[in-house]
Design a protein around this ligand. Structure first.
Ligand SMILES: NC(=O)c1ccc[n+]([C@@H]2O[C@H](COP(=O)([O-])OP(=O)(O)OC[C@H]3O[C@@H](n4cnc5c(N)ncnc54)[C@H](OP(=O)(O)O)[C@@H]3O)[C@@H](O)[C@H]2O)c1
Length: 297
């Protein structure tokens, strides 16, 4: 065997070794994660007494979550056009909210977030549950060539989330209580070609929220990271009207809210909706890229 062939064999062997080691590492990490997040020892019921705040107060999922948590609480809907929340207010009062306030909140106006959160605490006392539910799906086809639109999606779905979550976590650390609900998505678990702009923001947000969950350990503040699949509702309506069928394992806002609230009460830090998505996400990671890039929306 000539020297050149030997080297090629060695290169091939080391590449195979590196590939197998990386695959094994990912698999073991997922299995360990699956086991550990089911361990009852990790769960402590959070102290969620206090005001319920929904950032993105008109969000279909955010409102469904709020309706399930509203009884006996002061509720604040932080949204654009706060004067246009009469329907949401009535539903929350019917669900048992003590009072419902609406405040101006523009997720894209990053400079206002810290002051808004400080004002919420000054006006309504400690925050019991913060539901961070704002977001945009955007138009993937447009975002592939229109940089302004691509940046808009990244701004609202990633930067603005960090801009709200950071002062929220600091404020709630000081009060040593409360829960923050963050909405990631299956779209961020392994980003697809068909949805890569929105998907990449969710991948970033998921990573940020996972790190923040760990940073908040022992602080008395719980972060619950919700990972829904396709939700049939307001956000996906235009997409469905354009002829896209709901993805397998899709759910409704009401089903998402049921799962989120029961996970919150159980003290969990992650919830998949539906729960079978967790296994699907594991399998998704094993699909070769050559097939993955053909996955539909
Ligand atoms: N729907 C799904 O398929 C799905 C799946 C997985 C994860 N999620 C995530 O779940 C969360 C809630 O989604 P949803 O289904 O409830 O969507 P939704 O009903 O469309 O609500 C999104 C809300 O975000 C608000 N928003 C957007 N940009 C804003 C800005 N710059 N400032 C303030 N508010 C802004 C919108 O307010 P306006 O009313 O003022 O427009 C809207 O009320 C989002 O983070 C979403 O990405 C959704």
């Amino acid at each position: 065997m000539c020297r050149r062939e030997l080297l090629d064999d060695e290169t091939r062997r080391s590449m195979m070794f590196a590939f197998t080691a990386a695959w094994l590492r990912r698999t073991l990490r997922s299995v360990a994660d699956a086991i550990l997040t089911r361990m009852p020892l990790r769960r402590a019921r959070p102290d969620t007494d206090g005001t319920l705040v929904v950032f993105g107060g008109r969000s279909e999922i955010g409102l469904e979550v709020a309706l399930r948590l509203a009884a006996g609480r002061v509720v604040v809907l932080a949204a654009r056009r706060p004067d246009d929340l009469a329907g949401e207010r009535v539903r929350l009062l019917e669900a048992g909210a003590v009072t419902v306030h609406a405040v101006e909140f523009d997720a894209d106006d990053l400079d206002t977030h810290s002051a808004l959160i400080a004002r919420l605490v000054a006006d309504h006392g400690r925050i019991g549950v913060a539901v961070v539910a704002f977001g945009i799906l955007g138009d993937q086809a447009r975002a592939e060539t229109d940089v302004t639109h691509a940046l808009q999606i990244a701004h609202t779905d990633y930067l603005a989330q960090i801009s709200v979550l950071t002062p929220l976590a600091s404020t709630m650390r000081i009060q040593q209580s409360g829960a923050i609900i963050v909405f990631s998505s299956i779209a961020g678990m392994r980003v697809r070609r068909a949805n890569y702009v929105y998907g990449s923001t969710k991948a970033g947000l998921d990573g940020f929220a996972t790190g923040l969950t760990d940073a908040l350990r022992g602080s008395g503040v719980q972060l619950l990271l919700a990972r829904p699949g396709f939700v049939i509702g307001t956000m996906t309506r235009d997409l469905m009207d354009s002829g896209v069928s709901p993805a397998p394992l899709s759910s409704t806002a009401s089903q998402v809210a049921d799962a989120v609230v029961s996970a919150l009460r159980a003290g969990r830090t992650v919830v998949w909706i539906p729960h079978t998505l967790r296994a699907a996400s594991f399998v998704m990671r094993l699909v070769p890229q050559v097939l993955w890039r053909r996955m539909p929306r």
